[in-house]
Design a protein around this ligand. Structure first.
Ligand SMILES: [Zn+2]
Ligand SMILES: [Zn+2]
Length: 255
């Protein structure tokens, strides 16, 4: 594949490596397009400080650094500058306004908490609550319909331990909405390589049967994750058994 649009930087406080190292790793591993989509800063006004994202004051440096590198590397790889964004209750409109100040190339949706970060639930923790699952699905669907996002990152981040019937009921709604909106669902390389609960067969076999569209996203928090699928042990088998085909892995308009 030629493109990866899910790449972090150290500003999010849980990634390693310089921007240059990510770019060099992408070039070495055959990528022609590299999109940075670090965790967006959320416009908190209540003093809450997130431990998993840059501060609003770091945004200018994020763009400056990457814009310079984009120019330096333009003959070898195409670089896009974006964000991985959550739709958090009470913050989304303000955030969209705030981001208008910057030349944001694209945004991907990665809903890590519901309904928001400071007092909500991290959806990657185990939960058997249908309310949390339902809220996750409702939030993802609503966000997809805003038209702001290019794809849904780790759609199956939600770690639901209740019945499979309830899981399928709500997760099918996400897949249906993604098909309606022609919105790709991400197969997350980081989760796979780190043996997390996602990407999981129960979600991707269903999504694939329903006819969803997919993109592979490195979710690179280290340059080492910028690899081709065949260089990630077990990954092509995962894709194959879930009927997921990949080609260039381009987002339309960001080739
Ligand atoms: Zn992260
Ligand atoms: Zn990410």
């Amino acid at each position: 594949m030629k493109a990866n649009y899910h790449t972090h930087t150290v500003r999010c406080k849980h990634a390693v490596g310089t921007e240059r190292e990510y770019i060099e790793a992408a070039i070495e591993n055959g990528f022609k397009v590299l999109g940075f989509s670090d965790h967006v800063p959320q416009p908190y006004t209540n003093g809450f400080v997130s431990g998993i994202r840059m501060d609003m004051s770091e945004v200018p440096d994020y763009f400056d650094t990457l814009t310079k590198l984009r120019e330096e590397y333009k003959d070898r790889i195409k670089i896009y500058i974006g964000f991985e964004v959550e739709c958090y209750e009470g913050y989304f409109e303000t955030l969209m306004e705030e981001l208008k100040k910057y030349p944001v190339d694209y945004m991907i949706l990665g809903q890590h908490h519901v309904p928001r970060e400071e007092d909500g639930t991290y959806v990657g923790f185990k939960t058997d609550s249908e309310d949390v699952l339902k809220l996750y699905a409702d939030t993802a669907i609503k966000a997809m319909k805003t038209g702001k996002f290019k794809y849904l990152a780790h759609p199956d981040l939600i770690n639901f331990t209740g019945s499979d019937e309830i899981y399928q009921k709500h997760m099918r709604r996400i897949v249906e909405a993604s098909i309606e909106q022609d919105f790709p669902l991400e197969v997350n390389v980081y989760g796979f390589a780190d043996r997390r609960q996602y990407p999981c067969d129960r979600f991707f076999s269903m999504a694939s049967e329903m006819g969803a569209k997919f993109l592979i996203g490195g979710d690179a928090h280290t340059p080492k994750l910028l690899k081709q699928p065949e260089d990630i042990p077990g990954f092509t088998e995962f894709l194959k058994r879930n009927g997921i085909k990949y080609g260039d892995n381009f987002i339309e308009g960001l080739e």
